[in-house]
Design a protein. Structure first.
Lengths: 327, 305
């Protein structure tokens, strides 16, 4: 980019590099603008784009990181080609049962959590919207608290609520005559628990976004629908949802990215257990890469998040550009 | 809600509904709204409240078979113990230093960049603005492993050790805060009328003066929202410190509480809950006082200014 700025100015000041020319170059609007944005550019290239590509390179190495992990023994390819493909780590992952469990759990976790967050957020936003305007601020403030607390801290509280021997939930359940629930001890309950905590953290965000969207729907539309005899369900289906379509889509896509790449909640609540059944891509990559010392394998695992993140990002970008053009 | 549904059901045409029923429906809808809001609020506030309850208990009471939802002998000993514990104070200090520096760095990078991108076009500025937004969507969980290796390689080449130093977080956190802050600042700057900076330029102000004298004061609400966001993110960040720092004196609060207060299977729950509650307090206090800015920043993230 620096080159481009230089070359675009050179035809004008083609002559010798007089001090005046340099000063004038530095007074050009585009030069000043470029210099102002330079820290941002360096940050993005040095600490986001470079590491992202470095991760791809790392994922091709062996554990010792001195040689490349070629694929081997692929029956569907001639050996001469097969042993020239540097995806040995990926091939290894595909043969491991834990990997497929992580894929399954990540998808289950993200899809279920986002759907329930969206539903809860929608319902709560409606209730808040229903009550008189002067009380709304107070309720909104109270309901957003889970989003404000650092997730690692609030998950500790959940961990204590789920504690195997002193669980406060089990105390209530046994008081009502039910048996104890192994909240984090049993695989299916542990999956339920991490999703529940994720919903708890994320639903307020949906609530805030939907509330803002609800406020932007003109009252006349509801009045017109009511005069035409629409019941409350029809009003939601034919008026509210179409008006909020854009914000619903964008919030859900944002949340999909964040939820799919989640780390804090699973790490604190179950650390992937019992028996690796609640690992997501991020937590498993951490276990393999940082704790297990196999950086290439960890990088390979985390790279499997990219396709889904990329799809969500493309849709978000399209939505935002569309809205920018409409406005 | 159900009452409203029945009143306008197909079996009873709306024309025949008496005038009084509309307000009665509204009253019922209101009552149901409050009822469900109370239930949801109870669900949302349960963990912080339970944190507070536990933080007032002694270890003996925590392990006793009494009602966990009630404090029989309230005590502040957990708070006293934790606030005199040097390592906990170190975590707190590290967290404060890291967050304050990260917020400063973020603002110094993102405000000029947002100004340049929204007002002063240069080659590739539109692409860069989109790129900023895309980097905001790159999660930390994708970058921590290559960064870990990058810092190790950096140590081999230059001899400067970055791993296990708290200040490495000052280098790393801006990747999370700067893209978002730049993005919402671009939105705020774009909403400022062009006449304002044209007038300033005509009056002989330099671009830099236009930024500091005109744009920063006018876009102050946006800057506050971005500051709050940057602070909340750097205070809550858990993955990077967990991956990059290990020694007790280098840890920040979330990681410190989880790695030092939990030792094997022994959970000092009273202290853990106290520590977590105190750790959650700074963002909560900021939120309590600046809620409107907080929410403005939250909703601005998904919109183009």
């Amino acid at each position: 980019m620096a080159d481009a700025v230089l070359t675009s100015s050179s035809p004008v000041r083609r002559a010798t590099a007089r001090p005046g020319a340099i000063r004038r170059f530095f007074q050009r609007k585009s030069t000043i603008a470029f210099l102002m944005a330079l820290p941002l550019i360096l940050l993005i290239f040095g600490l986001v784009i470079y590491p992202a590509f470095y991760a791809i390179y790392l994922s091709m190495l062996r554990k010792s990181m001195t040689s490349i992990a070629w694929m081997r023994n692929c029956s569907w390819l001639p050996d001469a080609i097969c042993t020239r493909i540097p995806f040995g780590n990926m091939q290894f992952l595909f043969t491991r049962e834990t990997f497929w469990m992580v894929v399954y759990q990540s998808c289950l976790f993200a899809i279920t959590a986002v759907i329930f967050k969206a539903i809860f957020g929608f319902i709560i936003a409606h209730f808040v919207h229903n009550i008189p305007a002067k009380g709304q601020r107070k309720w909104r403030g109270m309901l957003l608290i889970p989003w404000v607390i650092p997730p690692a801290m609030s998950t500790l509280a959940w961990l204590w609520l789920f504690d195997p021997s002193y669980s406060a939930f089990n105390y209530i359940l046994s008081g009502m005559g039910f048996g104890r629930i192994p909240w984090t001890g049993d695989a299916s309950w542990a999956r339920f628990s991490v999703i529940l905590v994720n919903i708890w953290v994320g639903a307020p965000f949906f609530m805030i976004m939907y509330l803002a969207a609800l406020k932007s729907v003109p009252d006349q539309l509801y009045e017109a629908a009511e005069i035409d005899g629409a019941n409350w369900w029809q009003r939601i289906w034919y008026v509210t949802l179409p008006m909020m379509r854009n914000i619903i889509a964008i919030t859900a896509l944002f949340s999909t990215i964040v939820t799919f790449a989640n780390f804090d909640i699973v790490r604190v609540l179950t650390a992937g257990g019992p028996l690796d059944q609640t690992h997501l891509f991020a937590t498993w990559a951490f276990r393999l890469g940082i704790e297990g010392g196999d950086i290439p394998l960890g990088a390979s695992v985390s790279l499997f998040m990219v396709p889904i993140l990329a799809v969500a990002a493309v849709f978000i970008l399209r939505d935002i550009n569309q809205r920018g053009n409409e406005a | 809600m159900t009452a409203a549904a029945m009143a306008s059901d197909k079996s009873a045409p709306t024309r025949k509904v008496q005038y009084g029923s509309m307000s009665r429906d509204r009253a019922w809808a209101l009552r149901w709204s409050y009822f469900f809001l109370v239930i949801f609020a109870a669900f949302f506030l349960l963990p912080p409240i339970y944190m507070f309850i536990t933080s007032l208990k002694t270890s003996a009471e925590i392990s006793a078979a009494t009602n966990p939802w009630w404090v029989y002998n309230p005590t502040l000993s957990n708070y006293a113990e934790l606030l005199t514990k040097p390592e906990y104070l170190t975590f707190f200090k590290n967290s404060v230093i890291v967050s304050v520096f990260v917020v400063t760095i973020t603002m110094l990078i993102s405000i000029p960049a947002a100004f340049a991108l929204s007002r002063m076009r240069f080659w590739g500025s539109a692409t860069l603005a989109t790129g900023v937004f895309l980097t905001y969507l790159v999660p930390d969980t994708l970058l921590f492993i290559p960064m870990f290796k990058m810092f190790a390689v950096f140590h081999e080449i230059t001899g400067i050790q970055l791993l296990n130093r708290w200040w490495v977080l000052l280098v790393v956190y801006p990747t999370l805060t700067v893209p978002f802050c730049t993005w919402i600042m671009i939105g705020y700057f774009a909403s400022i009328p062009k006449e304002l900076d044209e007038a300033a330029i005509i009056d002989g102000a330099s671009w830099f003066q236009t930024l500091t004298r005109i744009f920063v004061p006018v876009a102050l609400p946006g800057i506050i929202a971005a500051t709050i966001f940057a602070f909340t993110v750097s205070w809550a960040q858990f993955l990077y410190p967990l991956a990059f720092t290990t020694s007790v004196d280098q840890l920040v609060l979330p990681v410190g509480i989880i790695t030092t207060l939990i030792r094997g299977d022994v959970f000092a729950w009273g202290q853990i809950m106290t520590g977590a509650l105190l750790g959650a307090l700074p963002p909560l206090i900021i939120y309590a006082f600046l809620m409107d800015y907080y929410i403005a920043g939250l909703t601005a993230g998904a919109t183009k200014g």
